[in-house]
Design a binder for this molecule. Structure first.
Ligand code: GCV
Length: 734
């Protein structure tokens, strides 16, 4: 089978989760689309998608143009699917409406499509007043007397509702289809690209990118042919992503100019994202007034600096009226920031926010600020403490168009970290949690590592308000105790670093597409079951495949994050990756004597970092109850985070009943056995999935087995040599 090959036998771009065949159930139906007078480019996308699907699969499309006379009820109901934009009475923050009934609604003038909704749903929606209650992006799907009806308050809601029908497939047209009201929890669902225009001598074209070159840039400029961006925008719109930052947060000289000379090119990119409901953002350099404007300073208090940013923002919005805003990495890993002028990060962020404010733009200001020039001999400085120490005192000082973007853990996207306490410490600040879809620390898209379960744990972690308010609720402005009125809690969003490049399969490892898919779906619905989302991805990506495909992919992927964790750094200690190979492969002491501040402190007696208040760095004290007490106490600290919080002897007995060192020995060896078993399981799918895809995964699995074996042998041998404790199972150690 060679579904990715065209007639000439050469590679085409893989369709990811939107192959034509996934549209067959919708495309074989009689579909009526009524997009309303203000549907704009997103409304046109809905029409185009349905046109393409019905042309491919033999259905039919009726488009009801704005102002056109409404057909009678019988002809409306002769359609199998009606997609309609109806009235939207108010614009509540998204998320909030999922949990809290909307307030009483003011009288609204009737929308031209409301009678159509009444006809299509046989009066069901209008009778309940349902169509009046839409918030942005929301849709309602009902099944009424043989017709499936999707009603949305705006065109993006309709796009999301249409893709919901695609995901459901035949089920959407069955009489047991369940009526749903759906809307995203987080208002902003963003992807950040760490793409450079110039190929960076160390980091390459895409920093921490493992899928080829950039889809945006080639040969030192924005690509002429942006067709990959258009296809990417379609993928993102289908999973509810609504914001994309198109350049690296490490803003180098050429990329800084996107804000000025490059605006026409940014506009070309924004034109491609817009029809899919995605707003474009730029990463900008805090030093822009100096670097681009020729000013002597970038001090936030300087009136010329303020005027420079205001003029820069004016030019951006004159070119791209729906521009999203800026992403900023300041005073971090060498990037310029307000500290140089004796200002703090609220001063810095507000400077940019005030320039964007007249245009409705937002600053995503990153909290990833720490000392990367630390002396490893200095045992009091703890990198984990840094973001909280810098930002928690600033709560309440940020303007309301600033979102503070906080990595999910206190260090740096490790396979296992505790949740950042910053997310609980700033109730008067709009917060976004930052995840990493690109697999910097999780196998560089050479290893199968499905991250949905990790993100699900992060978003569902009940960090605040006596463990009632989880991370998703914090970043979405939802209260913890379900009976508490929401009031005006600040909402930021969910953001992540993309894993996409110009690779034929988008993500290098074809199975890493599932991470991009799951990220978008979890950002929409954080409570979704990540394994169910994986199943959804399998169904869309391999429509009509032999059942063994689904089964095998679950075998490989469901627990692959835990398997990856089990052969790499143990019990939450983190890192142990090789700095010389861009964080790929094992190097137990790779960061032990460096300036970056992420250590394990293993000696002949024990391992781990003492971050307790009683005897360590005091980091546990940054958490609210009950987490502070739980992490502080060795007896209650969870095994998987033990070495993040405590330094313990190798003979310390875990809750699992094993000693620390025997756990290290066993789980590394067992995990490699698991990975090795995947090779045969995958080989059995030869002929059942596209040939090129099968070959690519086969090649990557071979590397995963090699690399996991290297991890196993180095980590086991390292700890045997340090501790002198033999492996009770007698398996080989070197
Ligand atoms: C874009 C880590 C990565 C860097 C990245 C940085 C960040 O340190 O290794 O490549 O820089 O995080 O998130 O800014």
């Amino acid at each position: 089978m060679s579904a990715t090959d065209n007639a000439l036998g050469t590679a085409t771009v893989h369709p990811a989760w939107l192959p034509d065949a996934a549209f067959a159930p919708l495309g074989s139906r009689r579909v009526l689309v009524a997009v309303g007078p203000d549907a704009g480019p997103v409304g046109a996308t809905v029409v185009d998608e349905v046109r393409r699907a019905t042309a491919t699969h033999g259905g039919s499309l009726t488009v009801l143009a704005p102002g056109e006379a409404l057909p009678d009820a019988a002809s409306v109901r002769s359609h199998d699917l009606v997609l309609v934009v109806a009235s939207r009475a108010h614009t509540r923050g998204s998320g909030a409406a999922r949990q809290v009934p909307p307030p009483a609604l003011a009288e609204q003038p009737p929308h031209p499509n409301d009678p159509l909704v009444a006809a299509a749903t046989d009066g069901a929606l209008v009778a309940t007043g349902g169509v009046a209650d839409f918030s942005p992006d929301m849709f309602v799907r009902v099944r009424a007397a043989g017709t499936t009806v999707v009603v949305a308050g705006d065109a993006t809601g309709l796009l999301y509702g249409m893709h919901d029908v695609v995901r459901l497939g035949e089920t959407a047209f069955g009489d047991c289809a369940i009526d749903v009201t759906d809307l995203p929890v987080a208002p902003v669902r963003m992807l950040d690209h760490w793409d450079n225009i110039d190929v960076h001598p160390v980091m390459g074209q895409v920093e921490r990118g493992y899928a080829g070159g950039s889809i945006f840039y080639a040969d030192g400029r924005v690509r002429e042919d942006l067709s990959r961006v258009a296809a990417y925008a379609r993928l993102l719109g289908s999973i509810g992503i609504n914001a994309v930052a198109i350049n690296n947060v490490n803003v180098h000289r050429t990329e800084a100019r996107l804000l000025t000379d490059g605006l026409a090119d940014v506009a070309r990119v924004a034109d491609l994202f817009r029809p899919h409901g995605v707003r474009t953002y730029l990463s900008v350099s805090f030093a822009s007034p100096v670097v681009l404007g020729g000013l002597p300073t970038s001090d936030p208090a300087d009136p010329d600096v303020q005027a420079w940013w205001a003029a820069a923002a004016d030019r951006v919005y004159a070119t791209i009226p729906d521009f999203g805003g800026f992403v900023v990495k300041a005073d971090s890993e060498g990037q310029p920031g307000p500290f140089a002028y004796g200002r703090d990060h609220a001063d810095g962020a507000n400077l940019l926010a005030r320039a964007l404010r007249p245009h409705g733009g937002t600053v995503f200001w990153r909290a990833f600020v720490y000392n990367h020039e630390q002396d490893w001999r200095d045992r009091r400085t703890d990198r984990a403490r840094a973001a909280y120490d810098h930002f928690a005192p600033l709560d309440g000082r940020f303007d309301d168009n600033v979102v503070l973007q906080v990595k999910y853990g206190p260090i740096d996207f490790q396979t296992r970290e505790p949740i950042s306490p910053v997310l609980a410490a700033m109730p008067r600040t709009r917060l976004a949690v930052e995840l990493q879809v690109t697999q910097e620390y999780t196998g560089h898209q050479k290893h199968v590592c499905y991250l949905g379960p990790l993100w699900s744990q992060v978003l569902g972690f009940p960090l605040a308000e006596d463990a009632t308010r989880d991370v998703a609720r914090i970043v979405s402005g939802l209260p913890g105790h379900r009976d508490t009125p929401s009031g005006d809690l600040p909402a930021g969003g969910i953001t992540a670093v993309s894993n996409v490049g110009d690779d034929e399969f988008w993500t290098g490892h074809p199975l890493a597409q599932a991470n991009l898919y799951a990220y978008g779906r979890l950002a929409w619905e954080p409570e979704a079951d990540p394994v169910a989302l994986l199943d959804e991805w399998i169904g869309l990506t391999f429509p009509g495949a032999d059942p063994r495909v689904r089964e095998t992919l679950h075998t490989l992927m469901d627990h692959s994050w835990l398997t990856y964790e089990a052969y790499t750094a143990p019990l939450g200690v983190g890192f142990m990756v090789d700095p010389g190979r861009m964080h790929y492969g094992p190097n137990v002491d790779g960061y032990e004597y460096s300036k970056w501040g992420t250590y394990h402190f293993a000696d002949r007696d024990g391992i781990g970092v003492d971050r307790t208040v009683a005897t360590g760095t005091g980091y546990t004290g940054q958490y609210p109850a009950p987490w502070r007490e739980m992490y502080e106490d060795l007896a209650t600290c969870p095994d998987e985070l033990l070495l993040f919080f405590h330094h313990v002897p190798y003979g310390h007995v875990l809750h699992s009943g094993k000693t620390v060192v025997q756990h290290i020995y066993d789980s590394r060896a067992d995990a490699v056995d698991v990975v090795t078993s995947w090779v045969d399981a995958w080989a059995a799918l030869d002929g059942l999935v596209p040939d090129r895809l099968h070959a690519r995964v086969t090649e990557r699995l071979a590397e995963q087995v090699r690399s996991a074996t290297e991890w196993r042998d180095q980590v086991r041998s390292y700890f045997f040599r340090k501790s002198g404790v033999p492996d009770a199972t007698g398996r080989p150690i070197y």
